[in-house]
Design a protein around this ligand. Structure first.
Ligand code: PEP
Ligand code: MG
Length: 604
């Protein structure tokens, strides 16, 4: 849960405010120092306005005109987003266009105007409000995101209907940090980077569209700040650390000095990182560690390469599903996998079969709400109970493997029978392709994700069946500590450095190596600079992280020796609490790598 710590009691308005620290979720790296600037609220409630029967027709015409204008504005936003931040971000606006163009929605608004005889603004507002309320009642980040998207579309449509389209919110005159309860992707996209140096918002998680957009636009951001926007005042001085999630309101002179120095050091560090791209990912004593990128969509391969990654360790293929309304067919999937594999060739790409379910619900598949979706019909369980869906995906992956740089990986494996079953399914598809004379890689490496404690416990049984393991700590931590990874209320219980997690990683590596297979890690811990030494010391062969994190992790790998890493890992394994492990790692980093600004991220 976001916490806030008031260091001193609030003071009467005229006396100088005391420094207050807030903690949220780090969403986009970097340090911003400036003045609080509020974004004007976008869609305040619209009151009903009764119209006469003869006004119905003109109102419907007005609706059609506004839809047309909104469509044009959104298309422009989409192009602007692609230009500034790439195709993935552009897709956020595709989702908006889909909402606007939804036939059911447009039909409903028209018939309500006719039936109820209220002005178009109110009918649009109210119809979309019902959708928003429905979505907000559902559990999960995906529905919250969808609700935010509908809100964004509504705000734009209302702006045209009310003739306010030109009144863009007035920007600040000095370096500022934008503060708001929530921020739509459209508003994020139109931020004036000259003046707005950071974003602090009450709602959202690190994977929200706004967070993704902020990262792409390289604007430092902290989200999930609780009631921060009700505590800040326009014009107040603010420091925001997008690396750690810490926000200081009315900072002292000493804090300002400290953070100005930190910002300078961080900027210097970032410019040094740019020079690392071409250099190998190996420790000072020549121990190579594969440093790969995690991607959601094929074109992100470019970002992996431009950041110096040596392959893709996790292609979350389910996003092909989630970014559209229907299942992608074999051809579409084949094109997507081939595009990514060809762009990377000869470097490897690991395609994970659909991990649908949990918080990645697809309306076509997950029509029925589950009581415990993360313990329910998720990932490999969905694939195994939908043989056609699974077969189509396996065919597409195999067809894309001709150049021999594709690996296939199965998520959420908990038992041996599942491995046997997926291997049989793969064998059947291979037979089919051979029969049809379609070429593929006969030796395609087959791996599994280790993200359920049972898989670690029987890792010795699973290892001989596969060609590699990849540890998914995001889920492994959740299932080991019984803490929902997306629930802010228990986020303090979600501890990557918990001794149980460390032992599970150690055991997986040992059992994998005993069977002669490599073991990688693709959960978020791999991108935590504080944990790099620990993970290498535990013997991981591959780290797979978001493309933007590759340079920082590479810098650490290249600055350390494998002997040092082993010593640190050994010490960590002897500790009894997560807090002790985190403290040890912070201390080690400060002592051993004093020149690295690791402490940016360790402000937690
Ligand atoms: C994980 O669980 O660590 C993982 C990488 O998979 P995802 O985050 O997609 O569940
Ligand atoms: Mg997972």
């Amino acid at each position: 849960m976001p916490t806030q710590k008031t260091e001193k009691k609030s003071t009467p308005a005229r006396r100088k405010a005391k420094e207050t620290t807030f903690r949220g979720i780090p969403a986009s790296p970097g340090i911003a120092i400036g003045r609080v600037h509020f974004l004007r609220a976008d869609s305040s409630e619209v009151m009903p306005r009764k119209i006469a029967p003869y006004e119905v027709e003109p109102e419907i015409k007005r609706l059609e005109r506004a839809i047309k204008q909104t469509r044009a504005a959104m298309t422009e936003s989409r192009e602007r987003a692609i230009e500034m931040a790439g195709e993935t971000v552009g897709r956020i606006f595709d989702a908006h266009l889909l909402i606007l163009e939804d036939e059911e929605f447009q039909k409903e608004v028209r018939s309500r105007i006719l039936r109820e005889q209220f002005g178009t603004e109110f009918i649009v507002y109210d119809t979309m409000e019902r959708t928003i309320e429905l979505m907000e009642k559902q559990k999960g980040e995906l529905f919250r995101e969808r609700a935010a998207d509908v809100r964004d579309v509504r705000a734009q449509l209302l702006r045209f209907l009310q003739g306010n389209e030109k009144s863009a919110p007035k920007g600040p005159d000095e370096p500022s940090v934008l503060v708001a309860p929530g921020l739509s992707p459209t508003n994020t996209l139109h931020i004036d980077k000259e003046r707005i140096h950071g974003i602090a918002i009450d709602l959202g998680g690190a994977t929200s569209h706004t967070a993704i957009l902020a990262r792409s636009l390289e604007i430092p951001a902290v989200v999930g700040l609780g009631n921060f926007s009700t505590r800040a005042k326009e014009g107040q001085t603010i420091i925001l650390n997008g690396n750690s999630g810490k926000v200081l309101l009315a900072p002292t002179t000493a804090s300002l000095k400290e953070y100005r120095a930190k910002r300078k050091r961080y900027q210097k560090f970032q410019s040094e990182l740019a020079g690392l791209c071409e250099l190998p990912s190996e420790t000072r004593d020549g121990h190579a560690v594969e440093l790969h990128g995690n991607i959601e969509l094929p074109h992100e391969v470019e970002s992996v390469l431009s950041h110096g990654g040596s392959g893709v360790g996790l292609f979350r293929s389910e996003y092909l599903f989630l970014t559209r309304g229907t299942s992608p067919d074999e051809e579409e999937q084949f094109e997507a996998y081939k595009k990514a594999a060809d762009a990377l060739w000869p470097r490897p790409i690991t395609i994970r079969t659909f991990d649908l379910g949990g918080d990645k619900l697809h309306p076509g598949l997950h029509a029925q709400a589950e009581r415990n979706p993360f313990l329910g019909w998720r990932a490999i369980r969905v694939s195994l109970s939908h043989p056609d869906l699974f077969r189509t995906q396996l065919r597409a992956i195999l067809r894309a493997s001709v150049k021999k740089n594709v690996r296939i990986m199965f998520p959420l494996i908990a038992s041996l029978w599942e491995v046997r079953k997926v291997k049989q399914a793969l064998k059947n598809v291979m037979k089919e392709l051979r029969r049809e004379g379609i070429p593929f890689d006969e030796e395609i490496p087959v791996g599994i994700m280790i993200e359920v404690p049972s898989a670690v416990i029987i890792a010795d049984v699973l290892a001989p069946e596969v060609d590699f393991f990849s540890i998914g700590t995001n889920d492994l931590i959740m299932y080991t500590l019984a803490v929902d990874r997306g629930n802010e209320m228990v986020s303090d219980y979600y501890r990557a450095h918990h001794p149980a997690v460390l032992r599970l990683i150690r055991d997986t590596v040992q059992r994998g190596h005993d069977a002669g297979i490599p073991v990688g890690i693709c959960g978020e811990i791999a991108a935590d600079p504080l944990s790099t030494v620990l993970l290498i010391g535990l013997g991981l062969d591959e780290l797979s992280v978001s493309p933007g994190e590759i340079p920082e992790i590479k810098k650490i790998i290249r600055s350390i020796s494998s002997a040092d890493c082993k010593t640190v890992a050994q010490k960590a394994l002897e500790l009894s609490t997560a807090a002790d492990v985190s403290r040890l790692l912070e201390k080690e980093m400060k002592v051993r790598f004093a020149d690295l600004p690791i402490w940016f991220t360790s402000e937690r």
